[in-house]
Design a protein around this ligand. Structure first.
Ligand code: UDP
Length: 325
């Protein structure tokens, strides 16, 4: 199978490319390298540097390579930034995704996997949050993914574009060769590991007055390889129809538990400073993964936070400056 991966130079995209190639797929990566890293792209993938805002560029790439399926990772992905710069999300994420979908339809690519988000569920009625939970986007970012999910729904009905929407909870961890390297870094686990590497003095905890056992926010951390494998299973499932899944392990960890785990893994004391809440952070996000385990037989290989942090730590020790030489 030939797969076009947008954002294949980014964190989750590059690891998914690595897993696709391990499964024998041939891969074309389309990435503008604004946030991604050329060095993260698997050497056996064809690399096209291009921007989805350039409808002709993506159309030409799809026409030339004729992929059997598309995985769409390329996007702006930060909840906080989406409040500061809403048009990056409400316009660029949406229009860029539509350019890609239109080319997919035009060239008869019938399989499409969308990176979606737990930020669709700002006010869940039930925890763990199953894929059937009502959608209440928590930010312009969440809304941009909601709009893309709806576009896919209509394109399936109108044009037969089979798709899967995968709502990630908190991706983390690394393979031996690919890990998390954002500029600026905003995510908890890489920031905590930067403290252990001596690159930061401390980690700031964003609020300890939430309604949780230790007062800090609880998140469902899922290993990036388990996410990647879910994409591959989903791609192969689409003959059975379009689908939506929430992707997490189903177990939550608080910010304090993440820091404590990182102390155990790294042997570093990891000093903390208490800060105010970060606007828009819900207290508790835990995925219900019942649908994907039942329908696709997906099981997380990395079940505990400790295993996930160990893989991230190995990568950060081996790549203290990330992908920079
Ligand atoms: N967090 C924190 N300090 C930081 C970064 C994050 O306390 O420097 C908290 C954040 O408030 C959230 C959790 O860690 O409760 C995970 O945040 P992250 O940005 O990694 O992922 P998100 O849940 O926003 O997707």
């Amino acid at each position: 199978m030939k797969v076009l991966v947008t954002g294949g130079a980014g964190y989750i995209g590059s690891v998914t490319v690595e897993r696709l190639i391990a499964h024998g797929a041939s891969v074309v990566v389309f990435d503008n390298l604004y946030q991604g890293h050329r060095a993260a792209v698997h050497p056996d993938a064809v690399f096209v540097q291009g921007d989805l805002a350039d409808a002709a560029a993506i159309d030409e790439t799809i026409a030339r390579h004729q992929p059997d399926g598309i995985m769409h990772f390329a996007s702006h992905t930060l909840v906080g930034e989406s409040w500061q710069k809403p048009f990056l999300y409400l316009r660029d994420n949406v229009v860029n995704g539509l350019n890609l979908m239109e080319s997919a339809v035009r060239h008869g690519v019938g399989r499409f996997i969308l990176s979606s988000t737990a930020n669709l569920f700002d006010d869940p009625e039930r925890i763990p949050i199953e894929a059937t939970e009502r959608i209440v986007p928590g930010s312009p970012y969440g809304e941009s993914k909601h709009i893309l999910e709806r576009e896919l729904y209509w394109l399936d009905r109108a044009c037969g574009l089979r798709h899967a929407c995968l709502r990630y909870f908190n991706a983390c961890g690394a393979t031996e060769t690919r890990g998390e390297d954002h500029h600026p870094e905003t995510h908890l686990i890489p920031l905590v590991l930067q403290v252990a590497l001596g690159q930061r003095e401390h980690i700031t905890i964003f609020g300890d007055d939430y309604d949780t056992p230790d007062g800090t926010c609880i998140r469902d951390y899922i290993h990036v390889v388990d996410l990647a494998e879910a994409h591959i299973l989903a791609l192969h499932s689409l003959d059975g129809g379009s689908r939506k899944y929430n992707l997490g392990t189903g177990r939550g960890y608080s910010v304090r538990e993440v820091i404590e785990t990182a102390r155990e893994v790294t042997g570093h004391p990891i000093p903390t400073v208490m800060g105010p809440r970060r606007p828009g952070d819900p207290a508790l996000l835990v995925a219900g993964n019942e649908a994907i385990t039942r329908e696709l037989g997906w099981r997380p290989r990395y079940a505990t936070l400790r295993e996930m942090v160990e893989t991230a730590w190995r990568w950060h020790v081996a790549h203290p400056q990330g992908y920079e030489e």
